[in-house]
Design a protein around this ligand. Sequence first.
Ligand code: TTP
Ligand code: CA
Ligand code: CA
Length: 631
Amino acid sequence: MSTAPHSRSKSLWKGKETATETITPPDFEDLNPTITFRHLFAQNLGVRDPLRVIALCDSDAFYAMCEMVRLNLTNSDKPLVVLQWQSLIAVNYPARKFGITRMMNVQKAKELCPDLLAVHVATYAEGEKEPAYRENPDSRTHKVSLDFYRRESVKILQIYKQGLPENAEIEKASIDEAFMDLTRPVRQILLERYPYLAHVPDDAPLGLDTPLPPPPQVSWNHLGTLIPIDPSPEPNDSKEIDMPSTWHDVALSIAAELMEKVRQEINAKLGYTTSAGIARNKFLAKLCASYRKPMNQSILRNSAIPNYLKPMAFQKIRFLGGKFGDALATKYDVSTVGDLLAITLDEMQTKFGEESIWVYEILRGIDHSEVKEKDSQNKSMLASKNLSPAITNFSEGYQWIRVLAAELALRLNDARETTPNLWPKTIVLNARDVKSHETRRSKQAPWPFVREVNVDVIASAADKLWKELIDPHASIKVIGISLGFTGIEGVESGLKGIDTFFKAAPTSKRALDDTEDQAATPDDTDGAKGSGSNALLRNLSKDPSSFVCSRCGKRSSLPQSATRTEAERAAALALMQMEHEDFHVALDLSKVPESAPPVREGGRSGTDQPKKKKRRKESPKGGIARFFNKS
Ligand code: TTP
Ligand code: CA
Ligand code: CA
């Protein structure tokens, strides 16, 4: 299959800066690698597997569809929007036909569609244990609750897990998205379907290193929308479909079958429609999932990558937008991915630091980030509220603490339905006080080992933190407050003395890790977040004397000489693993931008990191990281 010729011509170069002339490898050179029997039989090629296939599945108009499900409207085409105060946060597809968009004011939306059903997201008020649906809640007294959407999200994820082969790796990427690494199940199906691939033929000239025989022609019917290899001058479907297939195309088509089936199952069992992207890596899968929405899956063959990426406005690519995108656009006066291909790796690294190699690679459709199954439970939970008007009086804090405590109690107890022995290690209270010198402040305390976690217990612990955080006599203006649990772990009941490691646990500052509402991005999926400590307990049950870190892959073992009981060894190992995790958390914190994104109530709240005093590690040349501060 053709690879796009690399253009070194300066005519591409509209910019003020000129690229230094260095020889770089041709772009998109790796689109049709030779695949040998050795590749096919290898078990551990990981992210460099030439037959790697990844899918991203995203629910259509998610919160709006949750409300359609709740109101039993899944079979209707009633236009529906979800409101948070006066703004729309989700718009179903029938409503989109009227030109209604997210972030539009509800009055305007109703003008466009008088038949519109506008549902306000559920809210909590002080003193309530459960959120409730109300027509016109008041943001001064109520807090939004996304609990229903979280629960629906969990159900969807369960179907992905049950509906896909067991050896698929599934990573929840946001409240309505998950990545699936289908490489292993696809390979298994490939070998079953084409049994002649299972043995190196006797006359194969290079033995294991012999290239695979020519692949069969893939029939893409009913497998989804193919992104065209050549979109100009006019996409010609029959020509596209007749393009000779590669073995990677065969792998993509098997992945598409699996995805089609699981997506139909979600629709049949829960009523949600989804859209998927299927490609060779996470970045491309995510990008092409929105190629044609809703209720569709798009397939990006390797051969279609160059023409798909090149005309794309690079600032539309997550992480190439914002400040960094602006800097690139201004420096070079360019706008598309194709324009940026003229920048050599050398030049990019000189200008933006060593780590900008990921930008160089992303522009060429390369992404080596892994799909990593995280725990079904987040390591942290966070409830937050933006305050308008601001709190100016110390005692007003207690009221909001109770509201947040109610949400946390509900969420923890919800999570305990699937993992009964779930315990937080720390409770953290965070306030944004625009009057104080340090605008973000946080206090934390070890969470006591209490049997029942309810609003009162949480609120009383948080009240103490509030007193430590805020001087009752000082003048304050608190515009946001959040309460969270961190270090949430499942405790195995059979593990004697497990509570000792709660007490012994190091109380290092941990970043709040409420990633579940955040969209997946090429680099936030790559290990900078919580590491899933339930792996700890899984590991323990397998091998009582060592564990493998899910972040760095390193195995650590207890000394052979340890003549302890089973339970003692397990506890010692748990402690060792927690210390190891703390090391990663410290490392993560050193990478977190100085100023964390603001807490957003409800909706897609970002991660909310307690303010960190440590300085970020800068790359020698200033680095790309500076563009991700305070955007
Ligand atoms: P998205 O997947 O971005 O959007 P969507 O599911 O509503 O629509 P699409 O069919 O285009 O995927 O977000 C998932 C949910 O997250 C969305 O239903 C509501 C919530 N959300 C917010 O609350 N605020 C936001 O700014 C965004 C982007 C999403
Ligand atoms: Ca969605
Ligand atoms: Ca989404």
